[in-house]
Design a protein around this ligand. Sequence first.
Ligand code: NOJ
Length: 765
Amino acid sequence: MSSRKYSYIVFMSSFVFLVMLFAGSCKSVLRDSSKDKIAGKNIDKQVEELLAKMTLSEKIGQMVQINDFDGVISDELKQRLRDGKIGSMLNEIVPEANLEIQRIAVEESRLGIPLIMARDVIHGYRTIFPIPLAQAATWDPNLAQACARIAAKEASSAGFQWTFAPMMDIARDPRWGRIAEGFGEDPYLGSCFAAAMVRGFQGDDLSSPDTIAACAKHYVGYGAAEGGRDYDTANIPESLLRNVYLPPFKAAVDAGVAAVMSAFNEINGIPATGNVHTLRDILKNEWGFDGFVVSDWKSTAEMMEHGFCEDMRDVAEKSIIAGIDMEMQSSAYGDYLEELVKEGAISEKLIDDAVRRILRIKSRLGLFEKPSIYSAKLPGKPNEEALALAKTTAMKSMVLLKNNDKLLPLSKDLKSIAIIGPLADDPYEVLGTWNRDGKPEDTITPLAAILDMIGGDTEINFITGLPYSRSKDTSEFAKAIELAKKSQIVLFFAGEESILSGEAHSRAYLNLPGAQDELIAELAKTDTPVVLVIFAGRPLTIGDIAEKIDAILYAWHPGTMTGSAVADLIFGIESPSGKLPITFPKTEGQIPIYYNHKNTGRPPEGKQLTMIDDIPLRAYQSSLGDAARYLDIGYKPLYPFGYGLSYTQFEYANLKLSSDKVKLGDNIKVSVDVTNTGDMEAEEVVQLYVRDLVASLTRPVKELKGFKRIRLKKNETKTVDFALSADSLGFHTNEGKYVVEAGKFHLWTGGSSEAELMTEFEIIE
Ligand code: NOJ
């Protein structure tokens, strides 16, 4: 037992999470409750007055969300609207019909309560921004906030008042297709982006015509699915739940998120949708969330498949007790809640609480005053502001993984360029998983952008080589190789199609699909240098191909402005500056692999490790270096969290702390000098990590606690400061308590999680 003294401090958790957010460059703004009196009205009063007038059946109607039609409003739907049996509809896409639905609800139902119309607007509406994982790679939450703001403007103009975003599921398994929709593996980075997107969608005032309600999803543990299989089981101890999976949700709640969506998965044997502990105890009671909870699509009814509910009546009872306020698509609430109340199985107070929450958000949205303030017209082509933002975000999200001998940036005066690859000129497959309302005709492809940028003296030839990413058709290989041979450079645009990531699209093999690896390997055998640009919704296992290629730009699924962003980076108008928000494994067998892992009793670092080929035949059993690693692949990832190259170099020096001892409640000021020692102006993401050396619960080997994106001219030095509060350096115990313990910490700053510039400090009592 360590001789160190422990000091346990238990905080109100909201305070702690706030401190977390202030420690770096991402700031959280708590929702201003004075805004609850929009246009001189008192929201609570409006809600209570309405609730008092409602019949039980009308109350339950508010708790029902359906997706019912494709533009044609059936007589049955009309009747349900008139009877006040529907509170919300989702993913209906005909604007005129949406308006008509609102009109019937407002003008022909007894109480005239408007519906809240919802849509999955995840990374853009008409303007498609980079997928959320890519947005996280910018390490610039302000950009994500701005993207969400534009998405809200476009979606609200089409008649929607609510989006099912942001998704903030922490994920450590790139096999999981929905990793594309989240912010990666880190709770701190994820919290910053979750809060930023909420602020972007909701703005300062939910009642403005161009803001929409956000929805934090999927609560909770959805990204911890066993084996990376979508919908699969998650087992998450309380401390891990609170230290890793819950923080982004808490940040979203603190930023005033209007709604939360319960997840499909079970956690520790209890489905997330029927989970009293996470929904009622933590979200509603402990955090004081005052918006409403919607189930995911039939996730209530699926509790029967989970083996948690017997029938739909049981589903309704367990869901309402757990804290589901609105049921998406299945009919347990509509069919059984009334009966459950009348028979005394549940109290009407539970229903009142749910309805109050839904009405509160409708009131905050200003729907009672002006349900028709939302025009319902599909937005036209993206405007210049939206396109400029889409391009900047895409550019800052792309990560330069490799650049041997400074192959990039390319000169614009090349004699000839071969553009090859299935994704070089595909306007659809670069839009990403949640492209619902974007139009491929808006997309600028890499081929189009390069043709536009490069003058007529350069010969540019294009061949796909493979018709699409999964294709195994090698019939064009010979032509592609021929083209490569007679060109000065090959630009190969590879990747996975949009549909290979996202919901229900988990993969067991994470290599480039189809025969892409084969074709790239053939091209690499020519004397022509190859630049590889990869579009994907997740980290792919590109280790083998990376060895054969000199320059790799990882571009994710960048959206509408794909080509313009890629061209600017390839030809050096701007330097790449994205950093990985997730660890890249060498092979699927290493998964899960994440930077903030535990040290174990037998860490591999610094040990003499015998690898598989070094083991003599008939060797007797021995512990071979005693380390937590693989015989065949070691323990290091292909690329670590936070990694990303630039066309210039940055040097870190003079890491200083205002003091090497800090008391609880106090801050340490951290400063470090960063110098651009290369020959191009560029941006760098300065990262700050800590390690709590000894604790009553073992702590990760590194934890991100701050980051700042800075721009430096050639030879320029900037001193970058962070304020690190002692109170943000605690953790949740297995009992769910937040504690900060006295003792020693290591602190690093640098350009990735493998930062080496290190110092020490101590938290004292
Ligand atoms: C199921 C998905 O899990 C969720 O993210 C989405 O918002 C709903 N379907 C509605 O489309």
